[in-house]
Design a binder for this molecule. Structure first.
Ligand SMILES: C=C1C[C@]23C[C@@]1(O)CC[C@H]2[C@@]12CC[C@H](O)[C@@](C)(C(=O)O1)[C@H]2[C@@H]3C(=O)O
Ligand SMILES: O=C(O)CCC(=O)C(=O)O
Ligand SMILES: [Fe+2]
Length: 360
């Protein structure tokens, strides 16, 4: 492996983990995975003159969010030029020396690499990231020498923010309790994040995760990935590989939407497998509420107890600190509601009668 000074010290951190986990000595072979075509939704239909077309599009978004927890959207309004500019700025950013990324306070000092708390190889992520709060995306002081990055990131974050609110509105209204609370009211520019991911090529072992299996701790995530591939999600208890699609963005439901919808929508486990030869880049936009926001289902009996986003984050961080793993929603199950929580099978798929004519 040729080491460049921009690479985080993934190899020696991973090496120390290996020393304590002998069972990882056997050579591993890269298995070919079943590829899936995520539900593909053309958001142009939301602007159709035909109300039935608008309703059908909204219903498809809701159905995919319940059955897959994932879907992909085209004609989402984010130009390929902006995506290409964002990607080239992202590549430049990660090519900076590791010292600069890790110690200069760049992007609100939001740099993360590997998995600092990993105690064994399967808790390790062969990746680096900047997890940037939206409040800082336009802050000139956060960009150091990366002046051109600021304008692109500001435009990109604004476009992702608008798209996330459109989708959250459709998903909330389908639940029928949109009168009592709207997610757009508790999520705003000050509470969301933009996460820039870089997955360096990893020629050591196909067993190494680019990003460990996890569910997202938010309402929903919009993901812009390059064409390298590697994202996998859990479908019917099997890992399936998401086939990259050039002009599509991927949307996935987060833990908070699963709780808010009383399990109608699913926050589905996903991971990134490493690539032996090619670096991979992605950008994730996380629609998150303020830390004091109360997450509760308006549908009774609730499966989960009411909790604030702050409680949720603190519980995740405590579990990761103590066990190396995120537990997430199971920590908030109400007593006796374990048997209420649904698993997605054809038999209990909800009937979609959107209570709205999707807004054009
Ligand atoms: C959406 C996210 C949840 C996560 C942080 C992240 O931004 C991307 C990685 C996720 C992950 C995966 C491994 C661990 O479960 C976790 C606690 C972590 O450190 O990174 C989760 C994060 C989370 O749920 O907060
Ligand atoms: O890079 C990807 O495809 C997935 C990233 C992800 O799951 C995350 O940042 O939460
Ligand atoms: Fe994720």
């Amino acid at each position: 492996m040729v080491h460049s000074d921009s690479d985080p010290p993934l190899l020696n951190h991973y090496g120390t983990l290996l020393c304590h986990s002998p069972q990882w000595d056997e050579p591993q072979t890269r298995v070919t995975m079943e590829e899936c075509q995520l539900p593909l939704i053309d958001l142009c239909d939301l602007g159709s003159d035909d109300e039935m077309v608008r309703r059908a599009c909204a219903a498809a978004i809701c159905k995919a969010s319940s059955e897959w927890g994932f879907f992909q959207v085209v004609n989402h309004g984010i130009s390929s030029q902006l995506v290409d500019k964002m990607r080239s700025e992202q590549v430049k950013l990660f090519r900076a020396p590791f010292e600069t990324k890790a110690t200069s306070g760049l992007l609100n000092n939001s740099y993360r690499w590997g998995s600092p708390r990993a105690t064994c190889p399967n808790q390790f992520s062969w990746s680096e990231a900047f997890h940037v709060p939206l409040t800082k995306v336009s802050d000139e002081a956060c960009y150091g020498d990366f002046k051109s990055l600021r304008e692109v990131m500001t435009c990109f974050a604004a476009a992702m923010s608008e798209l996330s609110r459109l989708l959250a509105g459709i998903l909330t209204e389908n639940l029928g309790h949109w009168k009592q609370a709207s997610i757009s009211n508790i999520c705003d520019e000050t509470t969301c994040f933009l996460r820039l991911n870089h997955y360096p090529a990893c020629p050591i072992s196909p067993e190494i995760f680019g990003l460990v299996p996890h569910t997202d701790s938010d309402f929903l995530t919009i993901l812009c990935q390059d064409q390298v591939g590697g994202l996998q999600l859990m479908k019917d208890s099997k890992w399936v590989t998401v086939k990259p699609s050039k002009d599509a963005l991927i949307v996935n439901i987060g833990d908070l939407f699963q709780a808010w919808s009383n399990d109608v929508y699913k926050s589905v486990e996903h991971k990134v497998v490493s690539n032996a030869t090619t670096d991979r880049y992605s950008i994730a936009y996380f629609l998150c509420p303020s830390y004091d926001s109360l997450i509760e289902s308006f549908v009774k009996p609730s499966i989960y107890r009411r909790f604030t986003f702050r409680e949720y984050r603190e519980q995740v961080q405590e579990d990761v600190r103590k066990t190396g793993y995120k537990v997430g929603l199971p920590r908030f199950l109400l007593k006796g509601s374990e048997d209420l929580t649904t698993t997605t099978t054809e038999s209990n798929t909800r009937l979609y009668i959107p209570s709205i004519a999707a807004k054009s």
